[in-house]
Write a protein that binds this ligand. Sequence first.
Ligand code: HEM
Length: 446
Amino acid sequence: MEQLFNAPECINKSFFQDGFCLKRGILHAKGSAWKSRRRQLDPAFRSKVLLSFIDTFNCVGNQLMHKFETELLGDDIKFDTLDEMFCRAVLEVSCQTTMGTETNFTAADTQGIAKTYSELMHISALRGTKPWLQVDLLFRLLDAKNYKRSQELMKHLEEFVMIMVQKKHAEWRKKYQNTPAEAQENTEAYNNNDIKMPEDNKNGRRIFIEQIFHMVDTGELRMEDVIDEALSMLMVSFETISTSVLVTVLLLGMHKDIQRKLREEIMVTFPLKSQIINIEPTKLLQMKYLDAIILEALRLLTTVPFNMRSVSKDFYLQLKTSCNIKRRVKVPKDTAIVLDVFNMQRDPKIWGEHAQEFHPEHFAAGTTGSFERHPYAFVPFAKGLRYCIGSRYSMYLAKIFLVKLIYNFEFSTPTKLSDLIFVNGISLKFDNSENIVLEIKKNNNA
Ligand code: HEM
């Protein structure tokens, strides 16, 4: 894993991902195009920027709590109902932080945007399991129904994003009629993490597209690139974060002792209810048990079960045999590589006797277990050259949602870990999700 994630010969995505619905933008960019796009987008995810989103995370989190309180209390709440709720809430956050637009998806997704994204991911996963369908022409000929549907869905999403991006750009231009010299100055300031904030941003929020608009003025990006990146950010963020929060809640519902211990940590960290409504990021840093729980959920039910790469040039892997003899193995150009994160993160040889259980102690501060764990044995956000640009964003948002949820509600489920049936897909899915139910009760001590 370490060598593959860090090899410059392995930065490109594989042929098996050609059928992914969104092929444009950073997610699928190749070679030097990827390098330059990554350099352009990295500053938009620095700490200062992420901290400017905390109010949005709190605000949407509070709307989600209201939704739970009014619609989701009781027995037999379907896993798929929760899935949809979390997707809508994360999509709302994502639209606000990416495009500065409030969509009110947590209350009602009248345009069906969350469903459109989900359906597109589903079709992409189907194409992924049938390599011949990666070729557009064959997809159109052999699976005309899904081909047509994916075109319609993509058009719907593109229009939704395009309208918001163009509106924001027009507003931005009114305020910042940049000369080429000013645009260049802004680009340099952005690269140094010093870009001036547009004045009307709520609470100084640093919206993703507004940070990269100045590159349209300098000609570094085209407007289509901004739209592609906005589409990608929505796509990658909403399913991944919502799945992580959902499976953590499910695991806590299966392990009520761990849930109770987490609730105690929350009560101690936030003695006043008002602190839960407005969670401060510094408080989150004190919550070691919460950290351990989220990391353990990302280990056991990892959201992106495997990563794929294509080899752009012959290279050599350095391996050690069981007798400690070193040898080199040639990996030829055009090899398709699958990095099986799901199974590695559950392997008892690496994780010990509790590998297949939900055991937050795997991440207890200062312990590595009875063996030294390799730093690449845990890679839910990938690692190396092409690691996830949104990992810290995700951790902040997941923590804020979970603190609010566990403070306000008690979760339980009759489903056991061994009942879960996994489906091959782009992100983690359960084949028997319609049979999973949760009981959600108000926490009377809140
Ligand atoms: C729990 C949530 C998330 C998980 C588990 C996750 C996981 C991953 C993984 C495993 C990759 C590498 C994929 C590969 O190489 O094939 C990746 C890449 C990426 N992620 Fe995330 N992600 C999460 C949330 C986010 C969010 C919130 C954003 C943006 C707001 C984001 C943006 C990206 C981007 C842009 C890439 C491509 C990076 C590149 O190619 O340079 N992710 N993510």
